[in-house]
Design a protein around this ligand. Sequence first.
Ligand SMILES: [Cu+2]
Length: 400
Amino acid sequence: MLSVGVDDRVAGDDSVYSKPKGYQTVRYPKAGLAGTADAQRQSGEHNADFTDYTRDVRLLNQNIINWLGDTMTVAGKQVAGGKVAEMYRRCLETTTYTLFSNKTSEGNWNDDVTQQGRGSMVAALETPHDAIHVAVGSFDVPGGDGVEGASGDMGEPDTAGFDPIFYFHHCFIDRVFWLWQQRHGFTDHLDIDAGYPGTNSSDGKPPQGATPGIDLNTPLDLNTPLYPFIKADGKPYTSADCINIETDLGYTYGPGSLQDLPAPTSHAASPRRVIAATGINRANIHGSFLVSAFGTSNGQRVHLGTKAEFNRWDVDRCENCKTHQEVKAFIAVPAPAASLMAAASEEMLDEMSSYALELRTHDRVIHSDESHPQRGAESRAIQTDSSDQPDFRFEIREIQ
Ligand SMILES: [Cu+2]
């Protein structure tokens, strides 16, 4: 509970994240926006349906299970879940620090692999990190029967740190980072592929990617100051100061999940077919959002996968965030997806008559496209239906 009010004073925005004194942390399925009279009214109306604490906790837990799992049960049928547990396993397979460390590098790599039709897709640690933020805060898995319109603190970068669970989540992210370092022999040094997209002070996703106190378009390395964290000698911390958590920082982690995975394989299993969404401009989207792919065959719509973007409310007014705002999403069509469709076979999936992409913010579906791109079809731009909504490209790509 906040002992003082928090005033959202980001220049030019509409104070949507202001919180009154006495505000209590809000998680899915509830709504927490309270910065304007309108937001207060909407949150109040939404929360009137969620007054039973035990039921709310059950809904939250089920939502996180749905996000973590490969499948979830909707009306007695199995459909694709959020696959976040698999994303954690996959990011541990990623072999370079650059690709492991951030979604800009990940997106660039996966774009190349899927355009060339060969190689293995990678996952950055930031990908499951983002998904858990929105799972705790604000979104149910698309295609399920969850709660629409939640806006909990963890789901938005501006307020996530208000929720104590933020620190448990980030400890887990830190632990997975350490597991990755041990697995790949990087406990005492890290290599940055200089010049690769994602390694520049302007490249990262806002707000944390654009590095505080560092000029735009500055290459980042292990000696880049990590403002505002200052050491006892008055100098700023750098990444080089805290690579080895045991010897540099004096702590470690006990046994837990993900540590006994099989050794990394040289060729991680890659999907054959990928739905590629590129050119999504985050500056036109307020707050976190989801990019989801669906397939339709014989009139049945099946959720194939979702990428969560943990996004600022007001990106276009974030001075540091004005470059590299393109979001790319590559959603594999799961090989066993046929089993996710009642009465479907592998052949039917192969002949799936259409794919659709959907972008969802916390209060609306900003685009839903029921188009029919054929495999190998040219990339095509999707015109969205309003000037403040992002146009983007959507295509089906095949990997040999
Ligand atoms: Cu976080």
